[in-house]
Each structure stands twice: as structure tokens, then as C-alpha cells.
Design a protein around this ligand. Structure first.
Ligand code: ADP
Ligand code: GLC
Length: 491
């Protein structure tokens, strides 16, 4: 049955992206729309959105709309555009005062206000469009206040009478906490006391926690992460509330948009290959090695990394392990990323010390990320935690063997290769320590010269299918279950 879905996200590929949330929001909206659903997708019109490649139309009845959040008298306008590469329309919330900033996210004191405004704006748009969403799907802390707003200040509107809210947790490490002195910015007005007292009594508002407490259902982006976040180790202090909602918590593995990520037609590559054309992959490897100034030899394995450089991604494990391995073994590294200075400095130092073996590109580049996926032999993701992770799934499709730690979505998407049975798709290690990651890299480097085994591993990897076409069915089934269930009574 076609559903009416209001989907709100702080980033959407290809318009604004800092990480996997954008890829998931863009692809999920695209495939839900393709499956026949009426999906209204909302995102801020950031200064970063490349307007030269986007045909935007102002929505006539959504211009200069007043939005008062206590002391903040905001005004926003809405433009609509076709999401590039899809038939889905996106509604862009234009409020330059909030969204024309040097970066998509900031540490500005009004960071919370920017996304509260997005959330209010999306709900106001539904009202003005007369759109009755059956599902309100919000994502991460930025839009996690939506379920509470729906139950309180928007509750008078019969438009939302039957709406069910779903909060998808892409990353528990970011909760959007702000000072309770700004609680009035939520626009909750008389319902302010509904905010979680355990937080407000400490002088804080925790938007993600509010979402967990008030959403009709909570999902996260892999079954393993859904279990992990209910433990203190992975719960970031929210494991208790998550256990309290265990009956309404699901894990749905992310999918891959193979229209964007497939070596058979990748728009960034000059040559394309499938599982039986690995010679072309070798040519791309050589081109990448030359471009990055790395020694260009086929028998030297190339390990790629593309990542936000944060604690989550496991870089701390590499400080001792990588220099020791570079001393002991023959391989090279191609690294793309930016983030915390200590990680950036570490890779810059490695590249300085081994100029023809380590290439580090500090920054963000869609184009180079596709090249690294295609041209590398191995892809390293030693994450401390990983709600889902997309690059390991991209790597599988590119025949670039993932080396991952057994956590979250990495555990759910990569099977350790067993040379005896010749089954498995990558190298998987358990322990978050130096020995664990070194063992994994050594195991991969030992396998690489065993041509027949290696070829089998690469082909196993390339045969995996994580397409959104399939995963979208899981969301449809969840939406249907939510609609059949009563609304969540509240915290
Ligand atoms: P996360 O969302 O935690 O960053 P994911 O693996 O889910 O991790 O998704 C990361 C996405 O962001 C991938 O599409 C990856 O290619 C992309 N990405 C991360 N860092 C960079 C970068 N420096 N340049 C280009 N793309 C990047
Ligand atoms: C988050 C997670 C990542 C996940 C992505 C998309 O940023 O860190 O693991 O793949 O969201 O859901």
C-alpha cells in the first residue's frame, strides 16, 4: 500500500554530505519514492548546496513563513527541486540566518536552534501543504525532537492524528546536548515540562534522548548495533533508556545505492570492471598509485582508507601498529579524510616518513573516494564502533577486500575469509587493540600473494548484494507494523 511519509534529515546526498547519513537519506528517499510512496523529504538549504547544478522552484505558498521560537523571530522560505539522479522531490528550507554558514555543522551557540527550526519548518510545511503523513521519519539528534513536538504543540492538528513517528539512530555518539537555559528554543511553549527531567535537572536538554523516549518506534542501521547500544559499552549513557524501549527498537542494515557505487559504471572512473575483469582493476590501481605518487607495482598490496577522522573510526589503534607494519612488511597506503588534528597529523607524518608508500589527502573529495575504492586491494576500517558503515559495503562491490573490526554493521556485512572452505568476504578481527589490528593486516598481506585464494576472496566479495532495492522492503514492513500498532504513550 502506498504510504505518505514525511522524512527529515540534516544531510542528503548529493546536495549536502559529511558522512553516511546523507547517503542513506538520499537513497532511502529515492527507493521509497520509486516503490510508489508519497515521500516528502526535508533538508536545510545550506550555503554549501551547489545551486548551479540544481533547478529549484520556490513553493508559492511557502514563502517568508514566520517561525517564532521564543526570542527568535525567524522566517523561512521553501524551494523544491528534483533530487539529482532520482525522481524524488526535495523540500529545501531556506533560512540564510541559520543555514548560510562556513560548514554544514558548526559549534556555534545556536547549533541546536538550527535543527529545531528545520524540524518545526518540516511540520509547518506539512500543515500548509495539507499533507497528512502516516509516517514521520526523523534521523539522528538533529530532528529527534519531532516525535515530542508531534505529541505536544502539534497535537491539536487532526492532520497528525494518525501519524506514527520513527527515529532512526545513525550514531549514538552525537546527541546534540545543549543547555537547559535554551530549552525555550524548542518551541515547546506550555509543554516545556515534558522534557526529560533527568536531563533538565542537570541543566541540560538531550534531543536524541527525547527522540528515544517519545518516538513510536526507534530503529538503528544494523541488527548488531541495535543490540550493542543496549549495553553500557556502546550506549553512550543512553543504554538504560534504550533497554526500556527494547520492544520498539529494530535494526535494519543500510543498503548501497549501486547506481552510485558500482565499478561497472562508476561515473568517476575512466574504465569499468566486473568480477571477471580484474585486469582492469589492476590498471586502475596503477593509475591511482601514479596519481598519488606511490610506487606503482602490482605485487605491492595497496590499502585504502576513506573516513571522517574521529575517535569512532579506530585510528587510535594505528598509532603504533602502522609504523611497525610499514617497517616489517611490503605494502602501501592511500588515505583520504579529515577531522581531528591528531589523526590528520599522524597520517601526514607517515606520508612524510614514507613518501612513496603512504599518500595522505587531507580533505573531502567524492571523486578521490571512488578512486580509492576502485584502485585499492584492501580497505581498512578498524572502527571502535560502527552503527552500519557504508565503505565496507562499497569495498565489497569494488573487489577491495575489507579489513574490519567485528562491531555493528561491520559484523553484519563482512564474513571472515576461511582459506580452507574458501568462504568469506573479508578479514575480520575481534579485539580493539594493537594485536587485533596487526593480526588482521598481516593476515591480509599473507593472503594477497596467494593468487588463486585471493581471486576467490575478491570474487566472493563482489558477489555480495546489499542493494537498497531489498533493504527498502524492510522499512516498508516496519512502517506497516508501526501503523498497525497503537501510538507510544510517552515517557
Ligand atoms: P560515517 O557516516 O560514520 O562517516 P559511513 O561509512 O556510513 O561512515 O559513511 C561515510 C561516507 O562518507 C561514505 O560515503 C564515504 O565515502 C564518505 N566519506 C567520508 N570521508 C570522506 C572524505 N574525506 N572524502 C569523501 N568522502 C568521504
Ligand atoms: C553514521 C554511522 C555509520 C552509518 C551512517 C549511515 O554516521 O557512523 O556507521 O553507516 O551513519 O547510517
Amino acid at each position: 500500500m502506498p504510504l505518505r511519509i514525511c522524512f527529515i534529515a540534516s544531510e542528503v546526498t548529493p546536495l549536502a554530505k559529511t558522512g553516511g547519513l546523507a547517503d542513506v537519506a538520499g537513497a532511502l528517499a529515492k527507493y521509497l519514492h520509486a516503490a510508489g510512496h508519497d515521500i516528502r523529504l526535508f533538508m536545510p538549504l545550506y550555503g554549501q548546496v551547489d545551486r548551479s547544478k540544481l533547478e529549484m522552484w520556490p513553493v508559492a505558498f511557502l514563502q517568508d513563513v514566520p517561525l517564532r521560537l521564543r526570542a527568535h523571530a525567524l522566517r523561512f522560505s521553501v524551494h523544491t527541486a528534483r533530487l539529482p539522479g532520482a525522481t524524488t522531490m526535495i523540500y529545501l528550507i531556506d533560512c540564510p540566518q541559520l543555514f548560510e554558514r562556513p560548514t554544514i555543522y558548526s559549534n556555534a551557540p545556536d547549533e541546536h536552534l538550527r535543527f529545531i527550526a528545520l524540524t518545526h519548518a518540516a511540520l509547518l510545511c506539512c500543515q500548509r501543504m495539507g499533507f497528512t503523513p502516516q509516517i514521520l521519519h526523523c534521523n539522528d539528534w538533529h530532528t529527534a525532537l519531532a516525535p515530542l513536538l508531534l505529541k505536544t504543540i502539534f497535537a491539536w492538528d487532526k492532520l497528525f492524528r494518525d501519524t506514527r513517528s520513527l527515529l532512526t539512530l545513525h550514531n549514538l555518539g552525537y546527541q546534540g546536548i545543549f543547555g537547559a537555559a535554551h530549552a525555550v528554543d524548542t518551541g515547546l511553549e506550555a509543554a516545556l515540562a515534558q522534557l526529560d527531567y533527568a536531563e533538565t535537572s542537570k541543566g541540560l536538554v538531550n534531543p536524541l534522548k527525547e527522540g528515544i523516549l517519545h518516538a513510536d518506534h526507534i530503529s538503528t542501521v544494523s541488527p548488531t548495533y541495535a543490540r550493542e547500544i543496549q549495553t553500557p559499552e556502546y550506549g553512550w549513557s543512553l543504554d538504560g533508556v534504550l533497554r526500556g524501549r527494547a520492544g520498539d527498537l529494530s535494526g535494519i542494515l543500510n543498503g548501497v545505492d549501486y547506481e552510485d557505487w558500482d565499478p561497472r559504471h562508476d561515473r568517476f572512473l575512466p574504465k569499468h570492471y566486473g568480477a571477471n575483469q580484474l585486469g582492469i582493476k589492476s590498471q586502475l590501481k596503477q593509475m591511482l598509485q601514479e596519481r598519488l605518487g606511490l610506487q606503482a607495482e602490482e605485487q605491492i598490496p595497496l590499502i585504502g582508507m576513506v573516513s571522517r577522522m574521529t575517535l569512532q573510526k579506530g585510528f587510535d589503534l594505528l598509532f603504533d601498529a602502522l609504523p611497525a607494519l610499514l617497517e616489517a612488511r611490503e605494502f602501501s597506503l592511500a588515505v583520504l579524510g579529515n577531522g581531528d588534528a591528531r589523526y590528520e597529523d599522524f597520517f601526514a607524518e607517515l606520508a612524510h616518513r614514507w613518501p612513496h608508500r603512504v599518500a595522505f589527502h587531507r580533505g573531502y573529495s567524492d571523486e578521490l573516494s571512488h578512486w580509492i575504492e576502485a584502485g585499492s586491494d584492501l580497505f581498512l576500517m578498524p572502527s571502535l564502533y560502527e552503527p552500519c558503515g557504508l565503505n565496507q559495503m562499497y569495498s565489497l562491490r569494488y573487489g577491495t577486500v575489507p579489513i574490519v573490526r567485528r562491531t555493528g554493521g561491520l559484523a553484519d556485512s563482512v564474513q571472515h575469509f576461511d582459506p580452507t572452505t574458501r568462504a568469506g568476504t573479508g578479514i575480520v578481527f575481534n579485539d580493539y587493540n594493537d594485536e587485533g589490528v596487526s593480526w588482521a593486516i598481516n593476515t591480509a598481506l599473507d593472503l594477497y600473494p596467494q593468487k588463486a585464494l585471493w581471486r576467490r576472496l575478491v570474487q566472493n566479495a563482489m558477489a555480495q548484494d546489499f542493494s537498497w532495492k531489498r533493504q527498502v522492503g524492510e522499512y516498508e514492513a516496519l512502517y506497516e507494523r508501526m501503523l498497525a500498532a497503537p501510538r507510544h504513550a510517552g515517557a
